[in-house]
Design a protein around this ligand. Structure first.
Ligand code: ATP
Length: 434
């Protein structure tokens, strides 16, 4: 009986291809699946490089395996040899509240796992939820930690964007003035302090004061801001997965603000870490000041954060710092979306790896087609047809080797939390016998 350690070592071919790197070295790879032959049989193993930073887009229509594939990548990072794993942190921005199940074994797909020579496994995961939601999760027996964002990380213009108010409106100018003054005082402040200062402002009208106060009160209700905020080193760790569950934050701008602030702080801390690393490589410093590890950030429903037709608070940081400049500080970003046509086109053109599951909407295929690399011999439309209708089969476009591949992704070792519910009694749903 094959075990998890001789993982993938059975089947037609023991050969393995590593995508996303220009050598076929087997060090530091994510084992994601097997080639799918035209007769639907499985061929050689396929892996992705995990030593270098990557920008990866996973797309596909609803229910064909995007979040499942994301889960496979997260699991594989956890399974890297310790000497590599300790240099990487995984941070998941969880919009649907489904990734806490990484901590549970996938007993639902026992047969499928065994066909692949795999066994269910669970991973060390810390789920972070807004401070005021901790009790709710614990009541549902989900172990969580709390996170918050430092209020002073937002300037007045960003507050205006967050609330969708004009910067030149009376409430907007008031907010910008008050937050600017608080920043000048160079101390951390809370939303309550912003409200206090709104009240003390002598130049505004009472209407502007009431409006600004109401906006800030709604921000308190999201429970995501605090004076100190969670230190980024608590969220970015070189052991276990950090899931930042924003599913309870219903306001999309507030979710984007969370991603902006976390994304920017990670970027800045990684720039420092990179400088230290270089100084150590040059023997200029000998102390082990390594800073935060390289980060893989995973964002499902990415069109909410980087839409094609507008800018959110997260757009600049994700596009400029992570997508365009993330390679140098060692940042990898994995976006997933049902709708490639609704996502900022830079994501498609700047991703060095694209995993495309089944896709049928003309607009979405056209969006991929419009940035089709010249090395693709046939269009996305024809390539996607080869995937058939099976879930978990993907077309991988690899910019490094300038090749495309049809791959059957392996089954998840840990429980997949994004499965659609069945209107069946639990026993029947569990056995799949219906
Ligand atoms: N590689 C795979 N092996 C086995 N089953 C898979 C695989 N990929 C997907 N599936 C099955 O397909 C289902 C749907 O996958 P998933 O939840 O990832 O869809 P999705 O594309 O993220 O959908 P949505 O857009 O609605 O979030 C999974 O619950 C699982 O049962």
């Amino acid at each position: 009986m094959p075990t998890v350690t001789n993982y993938f070592d059975q089947g037609v071919s023991r050969h393995q291809y590593v995508l996303g790197r220009d050598s076929q070295s087997k060090t530091g790879i994510l084992q994601i699946g097997r080639y799918l032959a035209i007769d639907r049989s499985s061929g050689a193993r396929v892996a992705l490089d995990a030593l270098r930073p990557h920008a990866l887009l996973i797309c596909g229509k609803r229910g064909y395996g995007k979040s499942y594939t994301m889960g496979i990548l997260i699991e594989e990072i956890e399974r890297l040899p310790e000497s590599i794993r300790q240099n990487i942190a995984s941070v998941v921005i969880d919009t649907m509240g489904i990734f806490w199940t990484l901590g549970k074994k996938n007993t639902a797909q026992n047969q499928n796992l065994s066909d692949w020579g795999l066994e269910p496994d669970k991973f060390d995961v810390t789920v972070f939820v807004p401070q005021d939601k901790v009790g709710e999760y614990r009541q549902r027996n989900i172990d969580v930690a709390s996170f918050s964002i430092r209020t002073s990380h937002m300037d007045g213009y960003q507050w205006c964007k967050l609330f969708g108010i004009d910067e030149t409106s009376p409430a907007g100018t008031l907010l910008i003035r008050v937050v600017h003054d608080l920043h000048k005082s160079e101390h951390d402040f809370s939303i309550e302090e912003i409200i206090e200062n709104i009240h003390q402002d002598k130049r505004c009208t009472s209407n502007a004061r009431d409006a600004a106060e109401n906006y800030m009160i709604s921000a308190i209700s999201w429970g995501i801001f605090s004076r100190k905020g969670t230190d980024i080193s608590e969220l970015v760790k070189n052991e276990g997965v950090s899931v930042i569950d924003v599913s309870t934050v219903k306001n999309n701008s507030a979710r984007a603000a969370i991603v902006r602030i976390i994304g920017l702080e990670i970027y800045q801390r990684r720039l420092d870490a990179r400088r230290m690393h270089e100084k150590r490589m040059m023997n200029e410093i000998t102390e082990d000041i390594s800073g935060i590890p390289m980060v893989w950030m995973f964002i499902d429903e990415a069109h909410l954060f980087i839409p094609a037709d507008s800018r959110t608070l997260a757009s600049d940081v994700l596009i400029n710092e992570w997508l365009r400049q993330g390679r140098q500080p060692g940042l990898s970003i994995v976006f997933a979306t049902q709708r490639p046509s609704a996502i900022d086109p830079d994501v498609i053109s700047q991703s060095d790896l694209v995993i495309c599951h089944r896709l049928t909407a003309g607009d979405d295929i056209k969006a991929l087609e419009s940035t089709r690399p010249t090395y693709m011999k046939e269009g996305f439309s024809d390539s996607i047809k080869k995937l058939g209708q099976s879930r978990g089969v993907g077309l991988i476009v690899d910019d490094t080797s300038e090749t495309t591949h049809v791959v059957r992704m392996r089954p998840r070792l840990s429980w997949h939390g994004g499965d659609e519910p069945l209107a069946l009694p639990l026993e029947k749903a569990r056995t799949g016998d219906w």
